[in-house]
Design a protein around this ligand. Structure first.
Ligand code: ADP
Ligand code: ADP
Ligand code: ZN
Length: 216
C-alpha cells in the first residue's frame, strides 16, 4: 500500500511525475489544484469561492481545502493507496491530514520532495500548458503535444492557466517559501522525506522516485 505525498514548489514537476506514478502504481491522483480548477470551470459555489485565491496566487483557506481532502480520502478508491499532489501546503493542513488518517490506522508511506532552483521555475511555469479536460501537463518548449493545441491523451483542448503569468508566479513562489517550505523540516523530522533532484529529465526523476519507493 502506498500513501504518498508530492511536495515541491510550483513548477517542480509534481503533476508531471503524478501522471507517471499513478499509472505505475494504480492509485488515485488527488490534486487539490485540479479539484479547484474543475470547480471553477463548472461554476460551483466552491469554484466561485476559490477563484479569487487562485487568480491572486494565494492559498485557499485551510478550512476549505482540508474538508475537501478529508471527504476525497474517505472514498473507497483510496483504501488501497493514494497520491496527494499540492496538499498539504501548510503545517495546519499537514496536522489535519494526520488527524484524520491516524485514528483510522492509516499512515503516510513517504513524502516525495522534488527540488528545483527558483530561477528555473519561472520559465517552467510561464511555458506550462495543460489539458482543460484531463489536466495532463505540457510545456511550450520541453514537452510539446503531438498535434498543436490537442491533448495526446484525451484529445482535449490545451490552454494556459490564468495563474501561470510572470506576476502571479512570483507571488506563488513567495507563498511557497513562506507557507509550504516549512513542511520539508516537518516531514523530515518524521522520517518520511525522500528528496529528489527535479532538474534532471522527467524520465530520470521518475526512475529515481520509483527506485527509492521500492527500497522502502
Ligand atoms: P507542478 O505540478 O510541480 O507545479 P508540473 O508537473 O506542472 O509542476 O511542471 C511544470 C512545468 O515544467 C510543465 O510545463 C512541465 O512540462 C515541465 N516539467 C516538469 N518536469 C520537468 C523536468 N524534469 N524537466 C523539464 N521540464 C519539466
Ligand atoms: P502549482 O503546483 O503550480 O503551484 P496547483 O495546481 O497545485 O499549482 O495550485 C494552484 C492554486 O490552487 C494555488 O495557487 C492555490 O490558490 C490553490 N491550491 C491548491 N492546493 C491548495 C492547498 N493545498 N491549499 C491552499 N490552496 C491550494
Ligand atoms: Zn487531456
Amino acid at each position: 500500500m502506498l500513501n504518498l505525498i508530492l511536495l515541491g514548489p510550483p513548477g517542480a514537476g509534481k503533476g508531471t511525475q503524478a501522471e507517471l506514478l499513478i499509472e505505475k502504481y494504480k492509485i488515485p491522483h488527488i490534486s487539490t489544484g485540479d479539484i479547484f480548477r474543475a470547480a471553477i470551470k463548472e461554476g460551483t459555489k466552491l469554484g466561485q469561492e476559490a477563484k479569487r485565491y487562485l487568480d491572486e496566487g494565494k492559498l485557499v483557506p485551510d478550512e476549505i481545502v482540508v474538508g475537501i481532502v478529508k471527504e476525497r480520502l474517505s472514498l473507497d478508491d483510496c483504501k488501497a493507496g493514494f497520491l496527494l499532489d499540492g496538499f498539504p501546503r501548510t503545517i495546519p493542513q499537514a496536522e489535519a491530514l494526520s488527524s484524520f488518517l491516524d485514528p483510522a490506522g492509516r499512515s503516510i508511506t513517504a513524502v516525495i520532495n522534488i527540488e528545483v532552483n527558483f530561477d528555473i521555475l519561472t520559465a517552467r511555469l510561464t511555458g506550462r500548458r495543460v489539458c482543460r479536460n484531463c489536466a495532463a501537463v505540457y510545456h511550450l518548449v520541453t514537452k510539446k503535444e503531438k498535434v498543436a493545441g490537442v491533448c495526446d491523451h484525451c484529445g482535449g483542448e490545451i490552454y494556459q492557466r490564468a495563474d501561470d503569468t510572470e506576476e502571479t508566479v512570483k507571488k506563488r513562489l513567495e507563498v511557497y517559501q513562506a507557507q509550504t517550505e516549512p513542511l520539508i523540516k516537518y516531514y523530515s523530522e518524521k522520517g518520511l522525506l525522500l528528496t529528489f533532484d527535479g532538474e534532471a529529465s522527467i524520465a530520470s526523476v521518475f526512475e529515481q522516485i520509483t527506485t527509492a519507493l521500492e527500497a522502502k
